[in-house]
Design a protein around this ligand. Structure first.
Ligand code: BDR
Ligand code: CA
Length: 319
């Protein structure tokens, strides 16, 4: 059966929505999760690594290795997060401490090794700052042509008002994952790898909202992961946010399961790495004339079938 599964590495910083992304990826019959690598982002890497293990233990899938990665952005200090994922980084679900050990490998080496063992087959789902992925490309540039694709929750492209209204970085128009480590993002965007950037335009669209019925179904379920999502929604609602915050990163997983879910277009994107008002911005050159040809071409998410996304999410959480 595994022959038809898409092989993935999930590089993440759990994080409540990263935790839900792990749930979806691990429970999906379409995906073969080769490794989870964790990075500094929503929380320090010691916490994001333990949080990934907690989710795998909740799911009874401790066969999947978790490797801890970069403790800091490549060249900067970690900025302050205007949002919070709670005391435990998991919307205060306070899952039990894991018994499973972390992999002895560093996340950078885990990425390099898994890609080399499966040349041309690995999709990297990136739901945190790109520090690990960029470092893997620096350490072993030969892996670049071996990566089938990088599907990232990354950036915002000014396609609609949601991106602007829900900007997650700590400059007015940046997205958190790019904002935390813009130099790493620039390396990955410039790598030539097939990159799909699922920005806030699509990932925080207002239609990404669970209905009363969905919430009732979560309440009724005896799955721990359903309770986890229910508590996360309660947590963000209590702080004046909408439910979409709990599932942003899930969209990268959903896209890897079914690429017809999101429509993309090709655009040239530059990452702002200078400090100030626009640090971390993902600037698209939409011009007909005088386009900066040296900006890398990436695929940008334009539209998603949000209803189908939510159905897929609910099905996997409740399964
Ligand atoms: C990203 O910011 C983080 O807080 C979330 O986990 C998500 O990956 C969205 O900008
Ligand atoms: Ca994340």
């Amino acid at each position: 059966e595994r022959i038809h599964m898409k092989k993935i590495i999930l590089d993440c910083d759990p994080g409540m929505d990263d935790s839900m992304a792990i749930v979806m990826a691990v429970k999906s019959k379409e995906l073969d999760v080769k490794a989870i690598t964790t990075v500094n982002g929503n929380y320090p890497v010691d916490i994001t690594a333990v949080n990934a293990l907690k989710v795998l233990e909740m799911l009874g899938r401790t066969d999947i290795p978790v490797a801890k990665g970069m403790p800091e952005p490549m060249f900067r200090e970690t900025p302050k997060d205007p949002f919070t994922h709670g005391k435990d980084g998991q919307a205060e679900n306070f899952l039990p401490d894991p018994k499973t050990p972390l992999s002895e490998k560093h996340a950078i080496d885990m990425i390099i090794d898994v890609v080399k063992e499966n040349p041309g087959e690995i999709y990297i789902l990136s739901t945190g700052p790109m520090s690990n992925i960029a470092m893997a490309m620096k350490k072993a540039p030969e892996i670049k042509p071996m990566i089938a694709g990088i599907y990232a929750i990354s950036g915002m492209f000014g396609l609609n008002k949601y991106a602007f209204a829900n900007a997650t970085g700590d400059t007015p128009q940046s997205e958190w994952n790019v904002y935390v480590d813009p130099e790493a993002a620039a390396i990955v965007y410039n790598s030539g790898v097939n990159l799909v950037a699922i920005g806030l335009d699509v990932a925080t669209h207002f239609d990404v909202n669970l209905t009363e019925n969905d919430i009732a179904a979560l309440d009724k379920s005896d799955k721990i992961e359903a309770g986890f999502l229910r508590q996360a929604i309660r947590f963000v609602n209590g702080r004046g946010f909408e439910a979409y915050c709990t599932v942003i990163d899930c969209m990268a997983v959903a896209y890897s399961i079914d690429e017809s879910l999101i429509e993309t277009f090709e655009g040239r994107v530059g990452i702002e790495t200078k400090d100030g008002l626009t640090l971390g911005n993902t600037v698209v050159d939409y011009r007909h004339h005088h386009v900066w040809e040296d900006l890398p071409k990436v695929k940008i998410a334009r539209n998603a079938d949000h209803q189908r996304f939510l159905n897929m999410l609910m099905e996997l959480v409740l399964a």
